[in-house]
Design a protein around this ligand. Structure first.
Ligand SMILES: Cc1cc2nc3c(=O)[nH]c(=O)nc-3n(C[C@H](O)[C@H](O)[C@H](O)COP(=O)(O)OP(=O)(O)OC[C@H]3O[C@@H](n4cnc5c(N)ncnc54)[C@H](O)[C@@H]3O)c2cc1C
Length: 450
């Protein structure tokens, strides 16, 4: 092609940034030229790496350095604080680009349809995660009033939530946890956090590393129950998987440990399916049904137990949101696609692609979004016959359009300014950074308008 390729990417989480990087390298290797604009609804990039990964996981947060290099290397322009659907639409993109890659991830909690789930004191994990990670669009206050808490789910997010609830806040201090979150956690009267999974101890979805970390929490006893072990006749076969073997060993160690000295306890309950949240006007208990394995999966045993708790956190998965003018599969919560090509029924929609969690659902680690992006970019580059036909190239067209609409966008220089500001706030306290939480403050600092 004679003129440079122009591609918009929506969402500056890992999926969007990896897609931009892979596209840039592939086009350059082929001797071509490409311009990539990355639109992000938040004033800061990095999606769930900044607003999902727990603050006490600095090694994972460190992935940001690699993502940042992509943004600073030129070619990819960042337009932060720009929301697709409100500030920029499909019609705008068709006018300005040859195609678009949607990488909008997932931000909401998947529903859990059990009685009582709407009672005050019942929360979605995604909301709690957003709070403790200082997301600008959630309230600053979180009601931490419960002594006994239930966490429903057996994935890494459930363990993150349980750990953040039970951990002593002073042990979070070297991290980037926001000040209001420390204050909230300091006031928490919690003594017991119960995590419930409907499968057995070897059917869990969390990774061994996340599990092992729980056993290292200061002044927290790990409680597991002998009755949950040896239930599944396939346990020995399951242990041929290395991950499961490690999980089994960690749990076995905890079964042998002395408990009773710690001021807080983290209980793991397996074979426990949530049946109802109980309470008169607010959460007072969680009722679970004991399950057992069958050749095809699981079944309820009809044996019910009630655990007195004053708060319930549902960590049963994230769910994506539909985007205006873009097909959406309401059941799976993804943009329907084939290997990244957006589909309208059985037809691919020209010029539209998807990658990351919005493409394949909210499962998998950050690393998976890279292979995902590779597949999407392969499709995009193979589709040159069906790309959109934009107006002649004009580097200023997007800034002009956003300015006309009164959008206060932020760019990579703005992010660097905000990043440095946050690190400077942390420095006197020996902390990596102190996050700026209010959106207007983030925007002001980024745009140097203080
Ligand atoms: C609580 C939690 C903890 C996790 N911990 C780990 C971990 O320790 N290690 C690990 O490897 N993985 C972890 N993950 C998984 C990891 O975060 C995901 O694999 C990854 O972030 C998915 O990338 P993504 O880019 O598809 O989505 P996201 O990270 O969600 O990024 C999507 C981006 O799109 C933006 N966006 C959405 N809608 C719009 C719109 N309309 N206009 C413009 N922008 C928009 C969002 O603001 C966001 O920045 C965790 C996930 C969660 C939920």
């Amino acid at each position: 092609m004679s003129e440079p390729l122009r591609i918009a990417v929506i969402g500056a989480g890992p999926a969007g940034i990896y897609a931009a990087d892979i596209l840039k390298k592939a086009v350059r290797e082929a001797g071509g030229e490409v311009y990539i604009d990355l639109f992000e609804q938040l004033p800061a990039p990095y999606g769930l790496v900044r607003y999902g990964v727990a603050p006490d996981h600095p090694r994972i947060k460190g992935i940001i350095s690699a993502l940042r290099e992509v943004l600073e290397a030129g070619v990819v322009r960042l337009f932060g604080n720009v929301r697709f659907g409100d500030d920029i639409t499909v019609a705008d993109l068709e006018r300005l680009y040859h195609g678009v890659i949607f990488a909008t991830g997932a931000t909401k909690d998947a529903p859990l349809d059990i009685p009582g789930v709407e009672l005050p004191g019942s929360y979605g994990a995604a909301d709690f995660v957003s709070w403790y990670d200082g997301h600008p669009d959630v309230p600053r206050e979180w009601p931490l009033e419960a002594k006994e808490i239930a966490v429903i789910g057996n994935g890494n997010v459930a363990l993150d939530v349980a750990r953040m609830l039970v951990k002593h806040p002073e042990d979070l201090m070297p991290t980037e946890v926001p000040g209001n979150v420390v204050a909230g956690l300091e006031a928490s009267p919690v003594t017991d956090v119960h995590v419930f999974g409907r499968r057995g101890p070897l059917g869990v979805k969390f990774t061994p590393l996340e599990l092992r970390e729980l056993g290292e929490l200061r002044d927290v006893d790990m409680i597991v129950h002998d009755e949950d072990f040896g239930v599944d006749p396939d346990e020995e076969t399951a242990k041929q998987n290395k991950q499961i073997l490690v999980i089994s060993r960690v749990l076995d160690q905890w079964r042998q440990r002395e408990v009773g000295q710690a001021s807080r306890r983290l209980h793991l309950h397996f074979w426990s399916r949530p049946d109802a949240v109980l309470g008169d006007g607010r959460v007072e208990a969680l009722r679970v049904e004991r399950t057992r394995p069958t050749p095809d999966g699981l079944e309820g045993t009809g044996e019910f137990r009630e655990f007195p708790v004053q708060a319930v956190y549902r960590a049963v998965g994230y769910f994506s949101s539909p985007l205006p003018g873009v097909p959406f599969d309401e059941r799976r919560g993804v943009i329907p696609n084939e290997a990244g090509r957006v589909m309208d029924g059985i037809r691919p929609l020209p010029g539209m692609y998807a990658t990351g969690w919005i493409k394949r659902g909210p499962v998998g680690l950050i690393g998976h979004t890279k292979s995902d992006a590779k597949e999407t970019i392969e499709q995009l580059l193979g589709d040159s016959n069906s790309w959109w036909s934009p107006e002649p190239f004009d580097q200023d067209a997007v800034p002009r359009l956003l300015a006309e609409r009164g959008v206060e966008w932020t760019d990579i220089d703005g992010w660097i300014r905000l990043d440095q500001h946050e690190m400077a706030l942390g420095e006197p306290h020996g902390r990596a950074r102190v996050k700026v939480v209010p959106r207007d403050e983030m925007v002001k600092i980024s745009r140097d308008e203080r």
